[in-house]
Design a protein around this ligand. Structure first.
Ligand SMILES: Nc1nc(=O)c2c([nH]1)NC[C@@H]1CN(c3ccc(C(=O)N[C@@H](CCC(=O)O)C(=O)O)cc3)C=[N+]21
Length: 291
Protein backbone atom coordinates (compact mmCIF):
# COMPACT_ATOMS: atom_id res chain seq x y z
CA UNK A 1 0.00 0.00 0.00
CA UNK A 2 1.43 3.42 -0.90
CA UNK A 3 2.53 5.92 1.71
CA UNK A 4 -0.40 8.03 2.82
CA UNK A 5 -2.77 5.24 1.85
CA UNK A 6 -2.32 3.61 5.23
CA UNK A 7 -4.65 5.80 7.22
CA UNK A 8 -8.19 4.48 7.43
CA UNK A 9 -10.39 7.55 7.19
CA UNK A 10 -13.33 6.97 9.52
CA UNK A 11 -14.60 10.51 9.05
CA UNK A 12 -15.00 10.12 5.27
CA UNK A 13 -16.46 6.60 5.57
CA UNK A 14 -18.95 7.73 8.21
CA UNK A 15 -19.94 10.79 6.15
CA UNK A 16 -20.80 8.56 3.19
CA UNK A 17 -22.75 6.13 5.36
CA UNK A 18 -24.67 8.96 7.01
CA UNK A 19 -25.71 10.40 3.66
CA UNK A 20 -27.05 6.98 2.58
CA UNK A 21 -28.90 6.67 5.89
CA UNK A 22 -30.37 10.14 5.43
CA UNK A 23 -31.79 9.17 2.03
CA UNK A 24 -33.37 6.02 3.46
CA UNK A 25 -34.75 7.94 6.44
CA UNK A 26 -36.29 10.59 4.19
CA UNK A 27 -37.78 7.88 2.03
CA UNK A 28 -39.30 6.14 5.05
CA UNK A 29 -40.82 9.43 6.14
CA UNK A 30 -42.09 10.43 2.69
CA UNK A 31 -43.52 7.04 1.69
CA UNK A 32 -44.65 5.59 5.01
CA UNK A 33 -44.99 8.66 7.24
CA UNK A 34 -42.52 7.21 9.76
CA UNK A 35 -40.02 9.67 11.26
CA UNK A 36 -37.21 7.57 12.76
CA UNK A 37 -36.82 8.67 16.37
CA UNK A 38 -34.03 8.03 18.87
CA UNK A 39 -34.56 8.62 22.59
CA UNK A 40 -31.28 9.45 24.34
CA UNK A 41 -31.24 9.09 28.12
CA UNK A 42 -28.43 10.55 30.19
CA UNK A 43 -28.13 10.36 33.99
CA UNK A 44 -25.81 12.77 35.79
CA UNK A 45 -23.33 15.40 34.71
CA UNK A 46 -20.28 13.57 33.33
CA UNK A 47 -18.85 16.21 30.95
CA UNK A 48 -17.54 13.67 28.40
CA UNK A 49 -20.97 12.01 28.29
CA UNK A 50 -22.63 15.38 27.78
CA UNK A 51 -20.43 15.99 24.72
CA UNK A 52 -21.17 12.53 23.27
CA UNK A 53 -24.90 12.95 23.84
CA UNK A 54 -24.89 16.33 22.11
CA UNK A 55 -22.99 14.86 19.16
CA UNK A 56 -25.41 11.96 18.87
CA UNK A 57 -28.42 14.27 18.92
CA UNK A 58 -26.92 16.51 16.25
CA UNK A 59 -25.98 13.54 14.06
CA UNK A 60 -29.50 12.14 14.38
CA UNK A 61 -31.04 15.39 13.22
CA UNK A 62 -28.54 15.78 10.37
CA UNK A 63 -29.58 12.31 9.18
CA UNK A 64 -33.20 13.39 8.81
CA UNK A 65 -34.32 11.72 12.03
CA UNK A 66 -35.78 12.99 15.28
CA UNK A 67 -34.21 12.73 18.69
CA UNK A 68 -35.77 13.18 22.10
CA UNK A 69 -33.45 13.72 24.99
CA UNK A 70 -34.04 12.89 28.67
CA UNK A 71 -31.52 14.28 31.11
CA UNK A 72 -31.96 12.99 34.67
CA UNK A 73 -30.08 14.17 37.78
CA UNK A 74 -27.10 12.20 39.16
CA UNK A 75 -29.20 11.26 42.23
CA UNK A 76 -31.79 9.39 40.11
CA UNK A 77 -32.78 6.03 41.59
CA UNK A 78 -32.82 2.89 39.48
CA UNK A 79 -36.61 2.63 39.76
CA UNK A 80 -37.11 6.07 38.25
CA UNK A 81 -34.88 5.22 35.31
CA UNK A 82 -36.68 1.90 34.81
CA UNK A 83 -40.02 3.76 34.80
CA UNK A 84 -38.77 6.11 32.07
CA UNK A 85 -37.56 3.16 30.00
CA UNK A 86 -40.91 1.41 30.44
CA UNK A 87 -42.65 4.53 29.10
CA UNK A 88 -40.28 4.80 26.13
CA UNK A 89 -40.73 1.07 25.39
CA UNK A 90 -44.48 1.56 24.80
CA UNK A 91 -44.18 4.97 23.08
CA UNK A 92 -44.94 4.18 19.44
CA UNK A 93 -43.26 7.39 18.24
CA UNK A 94 -39.90 6.19 19.68
CA UNK A 95 -37.99 3.59 17.64
CA UNK A 96 -34.60 3.52 19.36
CA UNK A 97 -33.57 3.94 23.01
CA UNK A 98 -30.01 4.71 24.09
CA UNK A 99 -29.07 4.97 27.76
CA UNK A 100 -25.71 6.71 27.89
CA UNK A 101 -23.02 4.85 29.84
CA UNK A 102 -21.51 5.03 32.40
CA UNK A 103 -24.39 5.24 34.89
CA UNK A 104 -24.08 6.48 38.51
CA UNK A 105 -23.09 3.75 40.95
CA UNK A 106 -26.50 3.40 42.65
CA UNK A 107 -27.90 2.13 39.34
CA UNK A 108 -27.33 -1.44 38.12
CA UNK A 109 -26.27 -1.11 34.51
CA UNK A 110 -27.31 -4.60 33.41
CA UNK A 111 -30.77 -4.24 34.95
CA UNK A 112 -31.25 -1.02 33.00
CA UNK A 113 -29.93 -2.34 29.68
CA UNK A 114 -32.08 -5.47 29.96
CA UNK A 115 -35.19 -3.32 30.60
CA UNK A 116 -34.98 -1.79 27.12
CA UNK A 117 -37.26 -3.50 24.60
CA UNK A 118 -34.89 -5.59 22.44
CA UNK A 119 -36.51 -4.22 19.27
CA UNK A 120 -35.59 -0.66 20.41
CA UNK A 121 -32.12 -1.55 21.72
CA UNK A 122 -30.11 0.30 19.06
CA UNK A 123 -26.91 -0.02 21.14
CA UNK A 124 -27.22 -3.81 20.92
CA UNK A 125 -26.42 -4.18 24.63
CA UNK A 126 -29.58 -6.08 25.69
CA UNK A 127 -28.88 -9.67 26.67
CA UNK A 128 -31.21 -10.92 23.92
CA UNK A 129 -29.30 -9.02 21.23
CA UNK A 130 -25.97 -10.13 22.71
CA UNK A 131 -27.26 -13.70 22.68
CA UNK A 132 -28.47 -13.51 19.08
CA UNK A 133 -25.02 -12.30 18.02
CA UNK A 134 -23.33 -14.97 20.13
CA UNK A 135 -25.18 -17.78 18.34
CA UNK A 136 -24.60 -16.24 14.92
CA UNK A 137 -28.11 -15.01 14.19
CA UNK A 138 -28.51 -11.85 12.19
CA UNK A 139 -31.91 -10.67 13.39
CA UNK A 140 -30.72 -8.70 16.42
CA UNK A 141 -28.98 -5.35 16.83
CA UNK A 142 -25.20 -5.39 16.63
CA UNK A 143 -23.32 -3.00 18.96
CA UNK A 144 -22.32 0.14 17.06
CA UNK A 145 -18.58 0.24 17.71
CA UNK A 146 -17.82 -3.35 16.63
CA UNK A 147 -20.14 -2.93 13.66
CA UNK A 148 -18.24 0.20 12.59
CA UNK A 149 -14.89 -1.57 13.07
CA UNK A 150 -16.03 -4.39 10.76
CA UNK A 151 -17.00 -1.87 8.06
CA UNK A 152 -13.58 -0.20 8.28
CA UNK A 153 -11.83 -3.60 8.15
CA UNK A 154 -13.82 -4.64 5.08
CA UNK A 155 -12.83 -1.37 3.39
CA UNK A 156 -9.15 -2.38 3.47
CA UNK A 157 -9.47 -6.20 3.56
CA UNK A 158 -12.34 -7.36 1.36
CA UNK A 159 -11.75 -11.00 2.37
CA UNK A 160 -11.28 -11.71 6.08
CA UNK A 161 -11.68 -15.49 5.94
CA UNK A 162 -8.67 -17.38 7.24
CA UNK A 163 -6.93 -14.35 8.75
CA UNK A 164 -5.76 -14.38 12.34
CA UNK A 165 -7.37 -11.60 14.37
CA UNK A 166 -6.39 -10.62 17.89
CA UNK A 167 -8.81 -8.56 19.98
CA UNK A 168 -7.21 -6.82 22.94
CA UNK A 169 -9.88 -6.36 25.60
CA UNK A 170 -13.06 -8.33 26.24
CA UNK A 171 -15.74 -5.87 27.35
CA UNK A 172 -19.36 -6.67 26.54
CA UNK A 173 -19.53 -3.38 24.63
CA UNK A 174 -16.60 -3.84 22.24
CA UNK A 175 -14.20 -6.76 22.68
CA UNK A 176 -16.66 -9.65 22.96
CA UNK A 177 -19.05 -8.66 20.18
CA UNK A 178 -16.03 -7.75 18.00
CA UNK A 179 -14.58 -11.23 18.46
CA UNK A 180 -17.90 -12.80 17.45
CA UNK A 181 -18.17 -10.69 14.30
CA UNK A 182 -14.59 -11.48 13.28
CA UNK A 183 -15.18 -15.18 13.83
CA UNK A 184 -18.37 -15.07 11.76
CA UNK A 185 -16.38 -13.36 8.98
CA UNK A 186 -14.06 -16.39 8.94
CA UNK A 187 -11.17 -15.15 11.07
CA UNK A 188 -9.36 -17.25 13.62
CA UNK A 189 -9.79 -15.12 16.73
CA UNK A 190 -7.77 -14.71 19.91
CA UNK A 191 -9.19 -12.50 22.67
CA UNK A 192 -6.74 -11.17 25.25
CA UNK A 193 -7.68 -9.71 28.63
CA UNK A 194 -6.18 -8.65 31.95
CA UNK A 195 -5.08 -12.19 32.81
CA UNK A 196 -3.38 -12.85 29.48
CA UNK A 197 0.27 -13.63 30.23
CA UNK A 198 1.90 -12.08 27.17
CA UNK A 199 -0.42 -9.90 25.10
CA UNK A 200 2.40 -8.80 22.76
CA UNK A 201 3.18 -12.43 21.90
CA UNK A 202 -0.44 -12.78 20.73
CA UNK A 203 -0.63 -9.53 18.74
CA UNK A 204 2.68 -10.28 16.97
CA UNK A 205 1.05 -13.26 15.24
CA UNK A 206 -2.00 -11.29 14.12
CA UNK A 207 -3.02 -10.18 10.64
CA UNK A 208 -5.65 -7.95 12.30
CA UNK A 209 -5.30 -6.28 15.70
CA UNK A 210 -8.33 -4.62 17.29
CA UNK A 211 -7.52 -2.77 20.50
CA UNK A 212 -10.23 -1.85 23.00
CA UNK A 213 -8.40 -1.87 26.29
CA UNK A 214 -8.86 1.67 27.63
CA UNK A 215 -5.12 2.05 28.18
CA UNK A 216 -3.33 4.85 26.28
CA UNK A 217 -0.29 3.80 24.27
CA UNK A 218 -0.62 0.13 25.28
CA UNK A 219 0.23 -1.32 21.85
CA UNK A 220 3.82 -0.58 20.85
CA UNK A 221 5.57 -0.75 17.51
CA UNK A 222 7.15 -4.15 18.14
CA UNK A 223 3.76 -5.67 19.01
CA UNK A 224 2.71 -5.54 15.36
CA UNK A 225 3.60 -7.94 12.54
CA UNK A 226 4.67 -6.03 9.40
CA UNK A 227 1.64 -5.63 7.14
CA UNK A 228 -1.01 -6.12 9.83
CA UNK A 229 -4.18 -4.00 9.93
CA UNK A 230 -4.65 -2.14 13.22
CA UNK A 231 -7.99 -0.84 14.53
CA UNK A 232 -7.72 1.43 17.57
CA UNK A 233 -10.94 1.70 19.58
CA UNK A 234 -9.37 3.55 22.51
CA UNK A 235 -10.59 6.97 23.62
CA UNK A 236 -8.33 8.38 26.31
CA UNK A 237 -7.86 11.95 27.41
CA UNK A 238 -4.18 12.81 27.52
CA UNK A 239 -2.32 15.93 28.61
CA UNK A 240 0.34 16.77 26.03
CA UNK A 241 2.65 19.76 25.66
CA UNK A 242 0.09 21.01 23.11
CA UNK A 243 -2.75 20.73 25.67
CA UNK A 244 -5.46 18.13 26.32
CA UNK A 245 -5.97 15.67 23.47
CA UNK A 246 -7.84 12.45 22.75
CA UNK A 247 -5.49 9.52 22.16
CA UNK A 248 -6.10 5.86 21.42
CA UNK A 249 -4.77 2.64 22.94
CA UNK A 250 -2.13 2.34 20.21
CA UNK A 251 1.23 4.17 20.26
CA UNK A 252 0.37 5.51 16.83
CA UNK A 253 3.74 6.92 15.73
CA UNK A 254 5.49 3.63 16.57
CA UNK A 255 2.89 1.33 15.05
CA UNK A 256 2.21 3.29 11.86
CA UNK A 257 5.44 2.21 10.05
CA UNK A 258 4.66 -1.49 10.63
CA UNK A 259 0.98 -1.50 9.75
CA UNK A 260 -0.52 -1.95 6.28
CA UNK A 261 -3.45 0.18 7.46
CA UNK A 262 -4.40 1.81 10.75
CA UNK A 263 -7.24 3.90 12.19
CA UNK A 264 -6.31 7.24 13.75
CA UNK A 265 -7.77 8.59 17.00
CA UNK A 266 -9.67 10.82 16.61
CA UNK A 267 -11.06 10.32 13.11
CA UNK A 268 -11.19 6.51 12.97
CA UNK A 269 -13.63 4.33 14.88
CA UNK A 270 -15.47 7.11 16.79
CA UNK A 271 -17.32 8.61 13.81
CA UNK A 272 -18.30 5.08 12.68
CA UNK A 273 -19.87 4.36 16.07
CA UNK A 274 -22.23 7.29 15.58
CA UNK A 275 -23.01 6.38 11.96
CA UNK A 276 -23.86 2.81 13.03
CA UNK A 277 -26.10 4.14 15.78
CA UNK A 278 -28.03 6.04 13.09
CA UNK A 279 -28.16 2.91 10.94
CA UNK A 280 -29.52 0.85 13.83
CA UNK A 281 -32.10 3.55 14.57
CA UNK A 282 -33.21 3.51 10.94
CA UNK A 283 -33.49 -0.30 11.03
CA UNK A 284 -35.55 -0.07 14.23
CA UNK A 285 -37.92 2.41 12.56
CA UNK A 286 -38.18 0.14 9.51
CA UNK A 287 -39.09 -2.72 11.83
CA UNK A 288 -35.90 -4.53 10.90
CA UNK A 289 -32.92 -5.33 13.04
CA UNK A 290 -29.35 -5.42 11.86
CA UNK A 291 -28.40 -6.87 8.51
N1 LIG B 1 -25.03 3.67 25.62
C1 LIG B 1 -23.89 4.13 25.11
N2 LIG B 1 -23.64 3.96 23.80
C2 LIG B 1 -22.47 4.43 23.26
O1 LIG B 1 -22.24 4.26 22.04
C3 LIG B 1 -21.56 5.14 24.11
C4 LIG B 1 -21.88 5.29 25.45
N3 LIG B 1 -23.04 4.77 25.93
N4 LIG B 1 -21.05 5.95 26.29
C5 LIG B 1 -19.83 6.58 25.82
C6 LIG B 1 -19.29 5.90 24.60
C7 LIG B 1 -18.32 6.73 23.81
N5 LIG B 1 -18.87 6.85 22.47
C8 LIG B 1 -18.30 7.59 21.43
C9 LIG B 1 -18.90 7.75 20.20
C10 LIG B 1 -18.32 8.51 19.21
C11 LIG B 1 -17.13 9.16 19.41
C12 LIG B 1 -16.53 10.01 18.35
O2 LIG B 1 -17.16 10.30 17.35
N6 LIG B 1 -15.30 10.48 18.52
C13 LIG B 1 -14.61 11.33 17.54
C14 LIG B 1 -14.06 12.61 18.11
C15 LIG B 1 -14.41 12.95 19.51
C16 LIG B 1 -13.66 14.15 20.06
O3 LIG B 1 -12.75 14.67 19.40
O4 LIG B 1 -14.04 14.56 21.15
C17 LIG B 1 -13.46 10.58 16.91
O5 LIG B 1 -13.02 9.58 17.48
O6 LIG B 1 -13.01 11.02 15.87
C18 LIG B 1 -16.50 9.01 20.63
C19 LIG B 1 -17.10 8.21 21.62
C20 LIG B 1 -20.07 6.22 22.45
N7 LIG B 1 -20.37 5.66 23.63
Amino acid sequence: MEAGGKLINGVAFARQLRSEIRQEAENLHAVHGILPTLAVVMVGEDPASAVYVRNKIRATEQAGMRSVSHHLPASTQEGELLALIAALNVDETVHGILVQLPLPEQINRDAVLDAIAPAKDVDGFHIVNAGLLAVGRHDGFIPCTPKGCMMLLHSVLPELAGLHAVVVGCSNIVGRPMARLLQQAGCTVTVTHLQTRDVAAETRRADIVVVAAGHPGLVRGDWIKPGAVVIDVGINRAETPQGARIVGDVAFDEVYPHAAAITPVPGGVGPMTIACLLQNTLRAAQGLAAD
